[in-house]
Ligand binder design. Sequence first.
Ligand code: ATP
Ligand code: MG
Length: 286
Amino acid sequence: MAIRLHTVSHTYTAINQPAVHALKDVTLTIDATDEFIALVGETGSGKSTLVQHLNALMAPTSGTAELFDVTISAESFKDKSIKKTPIRKRIGLVFQFPEYQLFEESVLKDVAFAPKNFGLSQADAEEKAKHALSLVGLDDTYYARSPFHLSGGEKKRVSIAGILAMEPDILVLDEPTSGLDPQSQKMLMDVFESIQRTTHISIVFITHDMNWVEAYAKRVLVMQSGELVFDGAPDALFNHPELSVWKMDLPDRKKVLNYLQSQFKLQTPMDDFTQLLNAINGEGDQ
Ligand SMILES: Nc1ncnc2c1ncn2[C@@H]1O[C@H](COP(=O)(O)OP(=O)(O)OP(=O)(O)O)[C@@H](O)[C@H]1O
Ligand SMILES: [Mg+2]
């Protein structure tokens, strides 16, 4: 088990601000290989807070986060050396807001920063950076540009490339498709899937789009008001009676199937269009 969160709670506290209980007793495990996990939940449910516990960016207020061979707790986090473990390289986190992640003067330098910082020569780090940039669809015309003068979607791609270039053992992506046009969203999801299939690393991605959950995820986690309320297969989620309580939607394909099924008054639940068309044709023949 690569990651094991045990009764992790996180409370944000600030002077003159009410405390926010962003995570409440979250327990979950993530394997080191072959996971493709979607993390969903309404706005403010604790998703970003949760993923920041997956690579030691945040410590639990109570409970423990076992990340490979490092155990993070409120107590152990006080020891500054814990932040110097290679855990943030092994578990790469792409932030929800790319501005938090970009800081170098050029795109190429920015993406090459992490591999260089983790010991590669300048030339090797740039090779990795160029490869990562090509994966996210940015060509050499971007290399010398300032990351701060890019569009929102371009910044997002650079921040993703910056983590891919690090070649982490586990990839955690906080809303990797937000702010991108539909074609780019699919292109990036295909890149993640291909990385997962070829390298077998585990991937966790946050999304608000159930179409991506259906198309890519093997497992889905649902957060509601700081609690992990569902951990299972996407199909089990789509058929779950509390789906709307958790403010979740169905994927478009399921919506169309359900609509046609009700229009044609078909009783047996259908899971694909061939089955549905056969049933419709069958009924028409009677
Ligand atoms: N730095 C912070 N200080 C205080 N409260 C915070 C802070 N960051 C987040 N919160 C609060 O913690 C809760 C969980 O926030 P979080 O960002 O984890 O939600 P999220 O599920 O990622 O939401 P979204 O879908 O909008 O990205 C929210 O109530 C939020 O207002
Ligand atoms: Mg978030």
